[in-house]
Design a protein around this ligand. Structure first.
Ligand SMILES: Nc1nc2c(c(=O)[nH]1)N[C@@H](CNc1ccc(C(=O)N[C@@H](CCC(=O)N[C@@H](CCC(=O)N[C@@H](CCC(=O)O)C(=O)O)C(=O)O)C(=O)O)cc1)CN2
Ligand code: MET
Ligand SMILES: [Zn+2]
Length: 760
């Protein structure tokens, strides 16, 4: 008996979003072929529709009663809603159709793309709506067509997913005043609901995750008036929240005039709130009890007691995942290379659908059979087997127990370290680490996996890439070089593959942005380093040049935030275990001659809890973990860190506490804002000013970067400034990277001259 054979269901079940890149990344491939001019729009749309259709069919066959539909997207669902609602900035006025869609997503002909940033506390990126002074006409036709197709297959089980008006507004940049924007958008949503009503849909899901933000109370009146107005249409609205609890806003949210409300019971304290305040009799509760943000099967003991507690408060409920399933891969069954005790407790989207129906049956006592119990028994036994299998590392445990505060402290303060660290020209230029991951480089790994080439041949080919990369950087005149990260599939997966206690999948892709995906590794036991991870490639690179090559590591917090973590010990402990492994790597790099080591922490900010009252707790261990990995470095060794997609104004004290010698930041898509936040706060260490947007195929001109540098660094002492792209270059082609970096070096030279500074 396996879980996969379970199909019956009584109590209602629902989904609130599904993975959309395709089980074999069909949409990714179609998009990239289209962008390269290798296929046409019709083929792209056809692939999109096929992926969507398969998603619906999977959910239908799993027996889901209320299937969320309309979340499928060619790039990003927030962009889709911006365009449907007519939120189109002036600079895209001359484009239309798919051209305009992808121009807004990726930039075109020197026109900047929309800003891209993290979706709540996930590793998914959305495009920030820019609400212009005047909106373009709304056009919901693509959405309504999708709804129509879904109705054909699913009938009343098709529940359209609409991104909520207040969340959309909360995430936007505004040129119009907020009240006016709220009112205009409200009118457009009203029209949409009327259309859906006419089509005979049974209910609509409106997603308002912004209700879990710490500042949700500021929008109370807007929520109230908007939903008052939308409720007039008469179409039952199911208001969906996720990622955290409703906090103090719980009571008034319950009063909103909607037919149902979904709550996340896997994060925050919604259960407590439900028990304290009750749940309105006239509403249906969407009980998000299957974790959509992690890959583990349900733990029968805890999930059943949660479910029981919920049912005691309200019998009027449906069972569903805690959020959209887009944050987990499609199917754990495909991971046949994983050890069985591990695979048997993994649950990706397809397995989660089964768990939902199982829990629905279990909860519905009138069903009167023992079937669900038998299946739950099986899961319990699988967990027991896993428990015995999961690696325990006594050495790591002891090392952590014996840590002292000195282990987190560099031996000298920043000012004294700086005197001992390498001397460089003013406005030193560098890159963030990765160079183009061309299809030739990826093919090398495919060949290695297939056994077409040996490990030695693979390494020789990687070394040839490193040599080419070093040579180019020298020619371009960069001051601090990198090896290029050609040996890495991904900055997190690569380290996961080399650490014990981590498992990695073959097909476990999750969309990160647009066509880009990641395969988050899975932490399933104590983590330990089994040997040096990056030293070989560092040495190869450093042997080829007299310039300094930065060692390149992914930091402990980013490893945690971009992996699927275990649920039996706190994330802080897992981060510290990884930090120990990185600490040993820093020492090894130093011993191999590294004068600079960069420890990337792009996910530090995104891991911040959505409610500010929980920030200190998180930042306290997150910063400690970074310090544990870095503090082993000698004062002469310069520690760099890199963060993209981050705002720092509100956590600058903690950024200072990281005690990195150089911090490189994103600064181009956000219009220097990130830099201003840092300089305003009086940050004393060096700052790498991310002067060009690596996520756009456009080549930045020298003048543009000179301008960016001048306005950006006006308030920062020259000794503090570095010049670099805003992130790694792995997604770009060499034909873009070569001129871009040459222009960047040129821009730094112009600044040196203008500041009347000559190279020492
Ligand atoms: N984990 C993580 N999160 C992150 C980032 C990040 O770098 N890592 N950066 C930000 C997001 N940026 C990102 C930037 C690029 C990619 C990215 O390029 N992903 C690649 C996959 C990287 C990878 O694992 N590559 C494998 C190859 C996987 C593959 O597709 N192989 C082909 C065959 C190879 C080929 O012919 O190209 C296949 O299996 O069919 C490798 O290099 O070996 C992609 O979508 O294409 C992802 C996120 C924030 N979050
Ligand atoms: C998402 S941050 C990326 C940092 C990494 N060193 C790179 O250059 O790709
Ligand atoms: Zn980055």
């Amino acid at each position: 008996m396996t879980l996969e054979t379970y199909t019956q269901t009584r109590l209602e079940t629902a989904t609130i979003g599904y993975p959309r890149i395709g089980k074999s990344r069909e949409l990714k491939k179609a998009l990239e072929a289209f962008w390269r001019g290798k296929s046409d729009a019709e083929t792209l749309i056809q692939t999109r529709n096929e992926v969507e259709f398969k998603n619906w069919e999977t959910q239908r066959q799993a027996g889901i009663d209320r299937i969320g539909i309309g979340d499928m997207s060619l790039y990003d669902h927030v962009l889709d809603w911006s365009i449907r609602l007519g939120i189109i900035p002036e600079r895209f006025a001359s484009f239309s159709g798919l051209d305009r869609y992808f121009a807004m997503a990726r930039g075109k002909d020197g026109i900047a793309a929309l800003e891209m940033t993290k979706w709540f506390d996930t590793n998914y990126h959305y495009l920030v709506p820019e609400i212009p002074e005047t909106l373009q006409p709304a056009d919901f036709s693509d959405f309504l067509q999708t709804v129509h197709r879904a109705q054909t297959l699913l009938g009343d089980r098709a529940v359209p997913i609409v991104l909520g008006p207040v969340t959309l507004l909360r995430l936007s940049r505004l040129e119009m005043n907020q009240d006016q924007a709220g009112k205009q958008l409200g009118d457009r949503y009203l029209l949409l609901l009327q259309e859906l009503q006419k089509m005979g849909v049974a209910e609509v899901q409106i997603h308002e995750p912004a209700l879990v933000f710490g500042d949700a109370a500021n929008f109370k009146q807007l929520y109230q008036s908007t939903y008052q107005s939308l409720s007039q249409v008469g179409l039952p609205i199911h208001l969906v929240t996720y990622f955290d609890d409703l906090g103090d806003n719980y009571p008034w949210v319950m009063e909103l005039p909607v037919a149902g409300i979904s709550l996340d019971f896997t994060r925050g304290r919604n259960l407590e709130l439900l028990q304290q305040y009750g749940f309105p009799d006239d509403k249906e509760l969407g009980a998000g009890i299957v974790d959509a943000r992690n890959v583990w099967k349900i733990r029968p003991d805890s999930v059943l007691s949660t479910l029981e507690a919920i049912s005691r408060v309200t019998p009027n409920l449906r069972i569903q995942p805690s959020a959209s399933l887009q944050f987990v891969p499609y199917d754990a069954q495909r991971e046949t290379k994983l050890p069985e005790p591990l695979r048997s407790v993994l649950s990706f989207a397809e397995q989660k659908l089964v768990e939902i129906t199982l829990l629905a049956d279990w909860a519905d006592r009138s069903y009167g059979t023992q079937e669900p119990d038998k299946y739950l028994e099986v899961i319990l036994r699988q967990w027991q087997t896993f428990q015995e299998f999961s690696p325990v590392n006594q050495g790591v445990k002891e090392r952590l127990q014996n840590l002292t505060s000195q282990d987190l402290e560099r031996t000298l303060p920043y000012e004294q370290r700086q005197e001992r660290q390498p001397v460089l020209p003013p406005f030193p230029t560098t890159t963030i680490g990765s160079f183009p991951q061309t299809s030739e480089v990826r093919q090398l790994r495919v060949k290695l996996k297939r056994g077409d080439i040996t490990q030695a041949e693979y390494e020789a080919a990687i070394d040839a890439e490193i040599a080419k990369c070093i040579q180019f950087q020298e020619e371009a005149g960069l001051d601090v070089l990198v090896h290029g990260e050609f040996e890495r599939t991904d900055m997190v997966e690569f380290f996961g593959q080399q650490l014990s206690g981590f498992a990695f999948t073959e097909h476990g892709w999750v969309q990160s942005y647009g066509s880009r995906c990641v395969r988050p590794p899975i932490i399933y036991g104590d983590v330990a380093r089994t040997g040096p991870m990056t030293v070989r490639e560092f040495k190869v690179a450093q042997s080829l040049t007299d310039k300094i090559v930065k060692g390149m590591l992914t930091g402990p917090v980013t490893m945690i935030n971009w992996s699927f973590t275990r649920t039996d010990i706190p994330r802080s402990k897992q981060a510290m275990q990884i930090a120990l492994a990185l600490r040993d790597e820093v020492a090894d790099l130093e011993a191999a001659g590294a004068k600079m080591v960069q420890i990337d922490e792009p996910a530090l900010r995104e891991g911040l809890p959505l409610k500010p009252e929980r920030w200190d707790e998180y930042l306290s261990w997150a910063v400690d973990a970074f310090r544990l990995s870095a503090a082993i470095a000698k004062p002469e060794t310069q520690i760099h860190t890199h963060m993209c997609y981050s705002e720092f104004g509100d956590i600058i004290g903690h950024i200072e506490r990281l005690d990195a010698d150089v911090l490189s930041i994103e600064n181009s898509r956000s219009n220097n804002e990130t830099l201003f936040e840092i300089t305003d706060a009086g940050y004393k260490h060096q700052v790498g000013n991310g002067v060009y947007d690596v996520h756009s195929p456009a080549v930045p001109s020298t003048e543009q970067m000179v301008q960016q540098l001048k306005t950006g660094v006006a308030n920062l002492p020259v000794q503090q400034i570095w010049v670099n792209p805003d992130c790694g270059l792995k997604t770009r082609g060499w034909e873009e990277v070569i001129p871009s970096l040459k222009n960047m070096v040129e821009a730094a030279k112009i600044l040196r001259q203008e500041a009347n500074l000559t190279e020492k």
